[in-house]
Design a protein around this ligand. Structure first.
Ligand code: FAD
Length: 354
């Protein structure tokens, strides 16, 4: 019977991607409902020493596939390795980060193991309804016997993602096939605090590769030298929308961000207009952020924007239209002209800092 949750541990040059730790955090919550274990699948070359980090982040065990073929991410050998792992261990759930690697790997593997895949999820949950119905009907506390009598679709994974251009949230279940597979957007799930010295199993899994498995010839790996900004890491985001009026006004927003130790970000309207780089876009087709403070300046609050920032701890919105939707998700709303308010805020913060 399909069992346990598997998180694909994404790594580049031996560095585990942040989304992996977020997925491990979420998997531990789901595993508690399922009464199952969490395993990380770590693929690469000479990578085994990263296993403990994964265990401390929530994995009960790590399945390591090491091979020189897996030194750099290439679709075919990675898809072959993961397909072999899934066929051998028969997991119940497999989670990937919705990164360029996860988005490339997950659909190929799903097709090879003949199951479904829900891409770009923003929420995961276990459907416990039938389980609780049964529990009440039998009034027994013997969970093992209940689980024996229930079918495999009685505790399915509910995978929620935006659909129809973000206008509805669709919850999808994969009732008839296993594993249930999902990619999850980085920044959405919460990692748990690492537990230093936590014990877990580390199992090596051997995959037999042939030269034909490497259907790509890597001539050179060129790294982007431009320092990428990761707005998902910022504690404070000062975000500008079309209401700021011009790209130059980002300089004012940057002053606020610098004074508060944060970064500037944007709605899509300004990214599409070429006012700011795409890696600063917040929202459904941008990044999902959860800073301690999110300042929405001249942003209307379209559903696609809100999808990317609604989990921020505190939201302050400045908008001249008092019916703007952004106020519905704000802790503090300021009705007024952003071009008047921001310079005043800079002045006040400057004084406060002095
Ligand atoms: P507008 O909607 O034009 O709002 C400007 C706001 O500024 C208004 O509320 C106005 O009252 C206010 N304003 C104007 N002047 C001032 C002033 N002087 N002072 C104060 N306030 C002022 N959008 C995203 O942001 N992120 C996404 O990831 C994203 N993904 C999308 C995906 C799809 C499939 C689709 C269809 C759309 C997506 N969008 C996304 C676009 C989204 O629907 C909105 O069009 C966009 O968010 C609007 O940006 P905005 O709020 O900056 O501009």
């Amino acid at each position: 019977m399909s069992k346990d949750l598997y998180v694909i541990a994404e790594q580049r040059d031996g560095e585990i991607a942040k989304v992996t730790f977020e997925l491990l955090g979420e998997a531990t919550v789901l595993a508690a409902d399922l009464n199952e274990k969490v395993y990380a699948v770590l693929m690469g070359d000479k990578i085994k020493d990263k296993s403990q980090e994964l265990i401390e982040a929530g994995a009960d065990g790590v399945i390591v596939v090491e091979d020189p073929m897996l030194a750099e991410y290439v679709t075919e050998p990675y898809a072959k390795a993961l397909t072999a792992v899934i066929k051998n261990y028969d997991p119940n759930i497999v989670l990937f980060g919705a990164t360029s690697i996860g988005r490339d790997l997950a659909p190929r593997v799903a097709a090879r193991v003949h199951t479904g895949l829900t891409a770009d999820c923003t929420h995961l949950d276990i459907d416990m309804n039938k389980y609780f119905d049964f529990l009440h009907a039998t009034s027994t506390a013997d969970t093992a016997s209940i689980e024996k009598r229930l079918g495999m679709d009685d505790k399915t994974l509910k995978m929620t993602r935006p659909a129809f251009g973000g206008n509805v949230m669709a919850t999808i279940r994969c009732a008839d096939y296993r594993p249930q597979m999902a990619t999850v957007r980085p920044g959405v799930m919460k990692k748990i605090a690492p537990q230093a010295g936590k014990q877990g199993t580390v199992e090596e899994f051997k995959v037999e590769f042939t030269a034909a498995d490497m259907n790509v010839d890597i001539k050179e790996v060129v790294k982007d030298t431009k320092k990428a900004v990761d707005i998902t890491e910022a504690k404070v985001l000062v975000s500008g929308g079309r209401g700021i009026g011009s790209p130059e006004f980002y300089q004012e927003l940057k002053k606020v961000a610098d004074l508060l130790g944060g970064e500037i970000s944007s709605s899509r309207a300004n990214v599409d207009a070429g006012w700011i780089e795409r890696d600063r876009q917040v929202g459904q087709t941008g990044k999902t952020v959860r800073p301690e403070l999110y300042m929405a300046c001249g942003i209307s609050g379209a559903i696609q924007h809100i999808a990317g920032m609604e989990n921020s701890e505190c939201v302050i919105a400045i908008n001249k239209n008092d019916t703007a939707a952004i106020f519905e998700v704000s802790d503090l709303g300021i009705v007024g002209d952003v071009k008047v308010i921001i310079p005043k805020l800079v002045e006040a913060l400057d004084k406060y800092k002095a």
